[in-house]
Design a protein. Structure first.
Length: 367
């Protein structure tokens, strides 16, 4: 049956080509974020943190998301409809939003190294949890630096990912590609203002810097879309390992008096270039499975790791481990979180998404 004779909803469930190298790079970015979150507990001065720019992995995620969403839905969102698009995105993203909230609550209540669960009444705790589950920013936890999502800090980027998806469906999917250019220029100007004012692009995670997250997603998501719509894919032979190294360089670059400029250049030019190169690079047969695993585990890892970071922060405050002990704890922590993310992926995320997708497909076929 060709596309002209298929029911509109059927195309929602058809798989498109995967860019294996980009999948692999997504996993490296997720591991970099986890490592950065461990390290920032011990080294609050990011200039002393070997991966002090690891938070920029979020901007890479946003750019990659813009590319992938445009690639996956530009040609079919009109046929599947916005409602099916939103359902598909919820099925893809929200199960781990819920699980991350549950893990964050459990970490607060049963942290073996301390915690401040007693600061919150049952009613306030329930409200914090519900806001986390429904991705409603609620920066009220003073002991957690007024994170927008105190139970699962990384959810702030998912909030803006949802906003970007909504704007994509309502506006960006409908406009000609030439309109992306002025949007990109305006977003770049806003991004530069944010980083110049703050000295860093670290913002978006708390009530005080909430709108910095909007600037970050506006630019990077649009840049990813532009790479796809203008077919700026660059054919090359750098492969997964070469591009992975190039991406990590953006996270480990040194700090300087011109940090505002270097971070701006990395996000505005370097990451879109890496997405263009990643989309145009082949992967060797021996690395295909690694790239797939890396891409598959990236989102479960990103959304489930922060409960352990809260516990690690309390451990570090209580025991002040030596540098050698700290290195071993962080290395073991990253490895254990990877294993836990695999368990979550295999026994929770994939089965649940498969079940929900089947239900949606059945509902659409029955219409």
């Amino acid at each position: 049956m060709n596309n002209l004779t298929q029911p509109p909803q059927a195309s929602l469930f058809k798989s498109k080509q995967h860019f294996e190298v980009l999948d692999g790079m997504r996993g490296i970015a997720a591991i970099s974020v986890v490592t950065f979150h461990f390290m920032e507990v011990a080294y609050t001065d990011y200039s002393k943190n070997f991966i002090g720019h690891g938070f920029l992995a979020v901007d890479f995620f946003f750019c990659l998301s813009g590319f992938v969403i445009a690639y996956a839905y530009d040609s079919r969102i009109a046929s599947i409809g916005m409602l099916n698009f939103f359902k598909a995105r919820l099925i893809r993203l929200h199960p781990l939003v819920i699980l991350g909230s549950i893990l964050g609550l459990l970490a607060l209540l049963f942290d073996p190294f301390g915690g401040n669960a007693g600061l919150y009444s049952t009613g306030r705790m329930a409200l914090i949890f519900l806001c986390s589950v429904f991705l409603i920013p609620f920066p009220v936890m003073k002991d957690r630096a007024f994170n927008n999502f105190g139970l699962n800090a990384p959810a702030w980027s998912l909030f803006w990912e949802y906003v970007a998806n909504i704007i994509y469906a309502l506006v960006l999917s409908r406009i000609n590609r030439r309109w992306l250019v002025p949007i990109l220029v305006a977003s770049a100007a806003w991004l530069c203002f944010v980083v110049y004012k703050s000295g860093s692009l670290m913002g978006g995670w708390s009530g005080d810097n909430f709108w910095d997250g909007c600037a970050r997603v506006c630019y990077s998501f649009t840049a990813g879309m532009l790479v796809y719509r203008y077919n700026l894919i660059i054919k090359n032979k750098l492969g997964f390992l070469g591009l992975g190294v190039l991406m990590v360089l953006g996270f480990v670059m040194p700090f300087s008096a011109y940090n505002w400029l270097t971070e701006s250049l990395v996000v505005i030019i370097y990451f879109p270039l890496l997405v263009a190169l990643g989309a145009g690079s082949p992967v060797s047969a021996g690395l295909q499975k690694l790239c797939k695993f890396s891409g598959d585990i990236s989102y479960p890892l990103y959304m489930t790791h922060y409960a352990a970071i809260w516990a690690f922060a309390n451990y570090y405050a209580a025991y002040k481990p030596s540098t050698g002990t700290l290195a071993m704890v962080i290395a073991a922590g990253v490895l254990l979180l990877l294993c836990f993310a695999w368990v979550v992926m295999v026994f929770y995320d994939i089965p649940l998404r498969k079940y929900l997708t089947g239900k949606q497909q059945s509902a659409n076929v029955g219409k």
